[in-house]
Design a protein around this ligand. Sequence first.
Ligand SMILES: [Zn+2]
Length: 633
Amino acid sequence: MRWLVIFFWIIGIFVGITRLGPAAWGQTSAPRKSSPDVFLITIDTLRADHVGCYGYKQVETPALDALAADGIRFTEAFTHSPITNTSHITILTGLLPSVHGVTDFGVPLSPKHATAAELLKKHGYQTAAFIGAVILDSNTLAPGLDRGFDFYDNFPVDSKNKERWGRLERRAGEVVEHAETWFEKHRAGPHFVWVHLYDPHDPYEPPPPFSEKYRDHLYDGEIAYADSAVARSIAVLKKAGVYDNAIIIVTGDHGEGLGEHGEETHGLFLYDSTLHIPLILKTAGAAHQGTVIDAQVRTTDILPTILSATGVAAPAELNGESLFPLIEANTGAQSQSNRALFGETDYPLRWGWAPLRALRTENTKLIEAPRPELYDLQADPKELKNLYAPDSSKAQSMKAQMAKWKAKFPPPTNSSKPGEALPDPKDKIDVQNLLHRAMLAGDDNRSSEARQFLEKALQIDPSSPTAFRQLGELELAAGDFSNAAVHLKRACELRPEDSSDAFELGEAMEKSGDWPGARDALESSLKLAPSQMSARLLLGHVYLQLKDAKNAEDQFEAALLVDPNNSEGRLGLAEAQIQQSDFADALTDLEAFTKTDPRNAAALRLLARVYRGLGRGQDAKRTEQQAGALEKR
Ligand SMILES: [Zn+2]
């Protein structure tokens, strides 16, 4: 049996070599002329049933329709996650959310998981990524997502911009323009380029003429606008002569609730409204023009398909399978793919509600929740009639399949403690919609609207820690620090395990001059999450205010262990040393600091104090003059 497996493996490699050109075994190798370009376009928040070639009549998506006509359209494609960064990491790693572990914003992608960019780069590909939203920024909310990309188009650091555009979001036109500029400068292939168009994500604000044409259904207007950006990219590829032999994949990271099941947006539930996405694959040449595949496929199948099409060896651990066997076997009749979808969302945990798991076969869906759900997808595609009965044979068999999936993968690290009964997200959707609306209003500086949404949310759920947290953040931004502290204190009482609540409470107290209160809040935040740089630095400053230089020194030293070059940490440490009359240590560090950063007036002021402490009056005077000159500018 084993020999048979090895035999087919060898045959497989041979077939790979002859059909696909360069087969490789994971080693770095020069690109072969025949290596096809790979262009991946993800359109955020794109429901399959709101795309023209998927049968929707109220939107014009000529670019997507034409691409589908040139390639393969998968009618039944599903995402494993309704959350942007989790879903994109699944697309780029071929791994389930519970396997790659990035189930919330800001969680770093472990270096042990290879990304599409890393795998293709090893094979001589030029790699670049162009993102449309700050939630995929690798410096902040999506650490590790840039791995393997020669260029990753992050957002500007420390933007003073208050507008959403440019600070949180880029329009599709701008994303595509950045990609074009890069492409012009990097014409030698092969390329792996990922373009992320965020536009259909709420709020729905398409630019003209889409804002006019789709005035009554702006979500569709955003889709039509994103399609126009796809059209522009395809035109660039055609003009450059690379379209025909390129592999082009267009998909969505998740759909949008649009009010189905009470869900306005996405993230909380695992219904098809947010899991069913379009998937279009144009292969190299005109090999599969106009093919339509109705078998169920998943976003974990995308990476294995790219690797198979480029002849790059797959890593040992992948949770999906190449789509090519399905494409080759497609005879027009509905093929049964046996590609069950394991859906996951830990997003409800952010509010203290139960995480959900779903198993979707082509006909049936089981949703594991405090109140489980079972749907017959053929008879009830909108999932309106919950057929779950614990003893029914269908429920039993789906539960057994679900147990097999779960047994294969470790439980999510932040899952609730066993036995802890968390509320069912179904009972909380109204609150979540309000919290989401408040967040958007806050982002857009419409703070009184945001307050109203939060007050409404607290009427429905008076013990929502997130509502208190968001109220606190609004007051922090408005400069009402003592009120901010009141709300954040309440959030901490309701959710004592949340380090960010405690950090923000510390921030509010520090700003309102309550040093002992700030110290206690920051100490408890750091106890929960010791590696937080900003909490550590702030606590150091609070100790300085409390005239407790020894403890301040400890905090700055701990911060410098994480980042030895942090300027704020180095200057804070010097201040603590000066307060303890430890001039010798402060001198060494400040002289080194001002050598590399001679225009830092604050560092020069500290250095002057050190000179004074050491009795070097002349040096102190000269340094003060330097600092004064810099401060005048
Ligand atoms: Zn998204």
